[in-house]
Write a protein that binds this ligand. Structure first.
Ligand code: IPM
Ligand code: MG
Length: 368
């Protein structure tokens, strides 16, 4: 019996290269740990547009709905910049998030000891950093209506709408509080209640859920702009941060860069439990498709590999195996293996994407 089913969507740019390393890791778990997954692969983003004229085919959407976990590489590229908005590669990803109702996006920002010198911040500011941003992913200004570019009094007006229902805020708040209980028991909620009504409601609902259901968790609130500033000033004051879709997009990029490289950071997007009790889930690296380095073996596969570790943990309840994979990554970094994004000194030879994969596989072997 396979452990579960995985749909791999490598996507565009460096997506296929980093995903190739994940496939080797998946094979390793089958061979060495007898954990066999039922793996299938399909197209998303520009790669899907090139074949189907749409960034996500209906059949692919249906397959994504049917599996235990979707692993996505990255979408987008300059050759698709002039496409109509409705068929841009990003729309494929947004459709997956929306139709699978993946409302809780978990973005850990963790600093690996071996990379503490690599951040643009002082090592003491980021050493040991381990925060988790929970970003609302299926609502807010990304999806609110009305939206569009309209004619008004002889000129064009661009409109997007920030809209949140109580239920949407409450469910993502619960995800954050649940996570906090397994971590340091602290949540900071970020919005702009000083200028936005949706922010006032956000703060009120998070507080209500806290008071009624999670009084044991420590809750604080911060305006999102101040939150961005505090993330750079003293990030270790935070454990779990919960915020809306757009602020979460921005703040998670800031948090990611604290750790030195976007090439390190995984994410999990989780929805409601399915019939088998597993949550609807999509795992993807936080980085994008990096078209400038695509196809050259320069991409860091760690973010994508750690996304698979999150799948082991959150979809397949294999926390010990997730730990094993995360430890293998730590070992390899401690040994000094570096893809180009992790090198700032001249004269060192970087590891290629596949060499980083080789090193992680070797560390996994050594863990047995
Ligand atoms: C992210 C990305 C996406 C977003 C894009 C690719 C649509 O920036 O996952 O953070 O804005 O959500
Ligand atoms: Mg983003």
């Amino acid at each position: 019996m396979p452990v579960g089913s995985i749909l791999i969507l490598p996507g565009d740019g460096i997506g296929p290269e980093v995903m190739a390393e994940v496939r080797r890791i998946i094979d390793w778990f089958a061979d060495k740990r007898d954990l066999k997954f039922d793996v299938s692969e399909d197209l998303v983003g520009g790669a899907a547009y090139d074949v189907h004229g749409a960034p996500l085919a209906d059949e692919t959407m249906a397959r994504a709905q049917a599996v235990d976990a979707v692993l996505l590489g990255a979408v987008g590229g300059p050759q698709y910049d002039d496409l109509d908005f409705s068929v841009k590669p990003e729309r494929g990803l947004l459709r997956l998030r929306k139709e699978m109702d993946l409302f809780a996006n978990l973005r850990p920002a963790q600093c690996f000891d071996a990379l503490a010198d690599f951040s643009s911040l002082k090592p003491e500011v980021i050493a040991g950093l381990d925060i988790m941003i929970v970003r609302e992913l299926t609502s807010g200004i990304y999806f609110g209506e009305p939206r569009g570019i309209f004619e008004e009094d002889g000129q064009r007006v661009g409109i997007n709408t920030q809209r949140y229902t109580e239920a949407e805020i409450a469910r993502v708040a619960r995800s954050a509080f649940e996570l906090a209980r397994k971590r340091s028991g602290k949540v900071c909620s970020m919005e702009k209640a000083n200028v936005m009504e949706s922010g006032i409601l956000w703060r009120a609902v998070v507080s209500e859920v806290h008071e009624k259901e999670y009084p044991d968790v420590e809750l604080s609130h911060m305006y999102a702009d101040a939150g961005g500033m505090q993330l750079v000033r003293w990030p270790k004051q935070f454990d779990v941060i919960v915020t809306d879709n757009l602020f979460g997009d921005l703040l998670s990029d800031v948090a990611a860069m604290l750790t030195g490289s976007l090439g390190m950071l995984p994410s999990a997007s989780l929805g409601a439990p399915m019939e088998n009790g597993r949550p609807k889930a999509l795992y993807e690296p936080v980085h994008g498709s990096a078209p400038d380095i695509a196809g050259q073996g320069k991409a860091n596969p760690i973010a994508c590999i750690l996304s698979f570790a999150m799948a082991l943990r959150y979809s397949f309840d294999l926390g010990a195996e997730a730990d094993r994979l995360e430890t293998a990554v730590e070992t390899v970094l401690a040994d000094g293996v570096r893809t180009p994004d992790l090198l700032n000194e001249e004269g060192k030879t970087p590891a290629s994407t596949a060499e980083m994969g080789d090193a992680i596989l070797a560390a996994l072997d050594a863990s047995l």
